[in-house]
Design a protein around this ligand. Sequence first.
Ligand SMILES: Nc1ncnc2c1ncn2[C@@H]1O[C@H](COP(=O)(O)OP(=O)(O)OP(=O)(O)O)[C@@H](O)[C@H]1O
Length: 465
Amino acid sequence: MELTAGEIWSRILESAETALPEQAFRTWLAPTQAVAVSNDLLVVATPNPFAVDWVEEKYAEMLTRIGEHLFGRRFTLSVQFQGNGKAAPVPAAIEIPPTPVPAPAAPRVEPAPANPTPGASLAPLNPRYVFPRFVVGSNNELASAAAHAVAEAPARAYNPLFIYGGVGLGKTHLMHAIGHAMLEREPHKRVLYISSERFTNELVSAIQEGTMADFRRHYRQIDLLLVDDIQFLEGKERTQEEFFHTFNALHDAQRQIVLTSDRPPNATGLEDRLVSRFEWGLVADIKAPDFETRIAILRRKVEEDKLEIHDVDDVLTFIARNRTSSVREIEGAVIKLLAYSSLTRRPIDLALAREALGSVIGTEMAGGAPGGISPERVRDRVAQAWGTTSEALQSKKRTKDLTIPRQVAMYLIKEMFDLALVDIGKLFGGRDHSTVIHSVSKVEDDLAGDADLRRRVDELRAALR
Ligand SMILES: Nc1ncnc2c1ncn2[C@@H]1O[C@H](COP(=O)(O)OP(=O)(O)OP(=O)(O)O)[C@@H](O)[C@H]1O
């Protein structure tokens, strides 16, 4: 996998930013720039001579642990003073050997085409995004099974495979896993992972530079095309047109196409002819992980990254209850915990987790801890946001102005609390568990296609925190 020093450093800084007080981050780390990476040495420049010792002493261990968590490698950090407020330029990509994870295929680098399209090289697959590292739960069962099927029988099982769902839920991970699996079996295959934004940029460059023929040749010789965030093609007519022809050429030649999006095909706003093609194969969604899946993901991370945690069950339960919306959020919490533990030189235990992560909700879920948020409070807050009352949500009435907030309230309570379905039903006038299941999955489906509802639910979630 090729990553530049700048890419490695900016991903480490992104995580460090969430873990450090804003002032500290701005003073010491924000002005730094990566200079070079070579083997396991990561050289970073700072424009402030005093920062050299400070960063090495206070933050090096934390940054190293973050790097280890993100890339599976332990970089030794060398901080250097770079005068004139200017850091040295970041060099071109430097080769990073594949991360030692369970049987990943070596990331493939395409042999240069005879007439290479400028910038159109095969993007590397993330070595951590492999099937063995993907935890299967009820939220992603179908998408995961479909991804395995496609990896085993490309262009025969489902073509295209269209995976959609909210941010940080594992769409890119599954997509890369298909690529790894194919390359592991058939290393000579051409696998291209690309974001739809980059596809657009490459198309624009090809048009400007008069290299459209190369552009087309490049894309039409791919065996497995993985396009992330296809919804970004909305409103870009020329790109959609070109993508349509690329899609047809690959599909006709029985090459596999995998697409991801944050919404289902018919809500992408793309041309009808593209939408209908996206529906030719299999459309699979990924939802937010439930409590059990969040715990399973956390356990897997503890094992894989060999994290040392005291009272591990309590700490993981605490994280799973407090970080509910995406897997990325859960990963962010783990990184924050690692960083906090390095900075304070304290072991990771429940007390540290509470300090570092804070609590979204009380720990005694069902009743609501003093100062915490109870399920009743969530119900009342949703009622208020929809301009109705808590009593109305508990009534038997089934008018639309009540069913939507009632379903949203059940959805949020299910997400935030470790409550039995029957207990959730009791909060809404004694509805039975099947009504709660139906309500939760109705909201999950609606969220995928309704941006306005997504925004309202996100705002409520944030307000409840
Ligand atoms: N089921 C899972 N098991 C293990 N790790 C997961 C799972 N789902 C997601 N992750 C991890 O969560 C992080 C975010 O996943 P990913 O980037 O695939 O999300 P995404 O759905 O593509 O989000 P976005 O739309 O924002 O790009 C990654 O580090 C990924 O490995």
